[in-house]
Design a protein around this ligand. Structure first.
Ligand code: TYC
Length: 101
């Protein structure tokens, strides 16, 4: 007499997808003072003076610079907050978001 023994497979935990990340992008303009851009980067994105200066200069020279990457909600609220700080001073400073590829 033959006996069939079935061995249960170990349960594999279902893969949870990682949330899509969004880049916050700083756009150059001709009017916002450089020092103000640095202040905003430090305040909203918690950058050091040195990091903020590098990011500001990259946007100044190349037109745009990726500031940081976050989940969608955080990227959008930080971009809005940073753009709003410029608006309050009547500067055209602009931050946008776009999904990572
Ligand atoms: N181009 C601005 C100036 O010469 C400074 C500046 C840098 C503004 C980066 C915006 O994202 C920016 N005053």
């Amino acid at each position: 007499m033959s006996e069939i023994i079935t061995v249960p497979r170990p349960k594999v935990a279902p893969k949870t997808e990682r949330p899509r990340l969004y880049k916050v992008i700083l756009l150059n303009d001709d009017y916002t003072p450089r020092e103000f851009v640095v202040v905003v980067l430090k305040a909203v994105f918690r950058m050091s003076e040195d990091q903020a200066h590098r990011v500001m200069m990259t946007a100044h020279r190349r037109g745009v610079c990726v500031v940081a990457v976050y989940i969608k909600d955080v990227a959008e609220s930080k971009a809005t907050e940073a753009t709003e700080l410029g608006r309050k001073k009547n500067y055209p400073l602009m931050f946008t978001t776009e999904p990572e590829e």
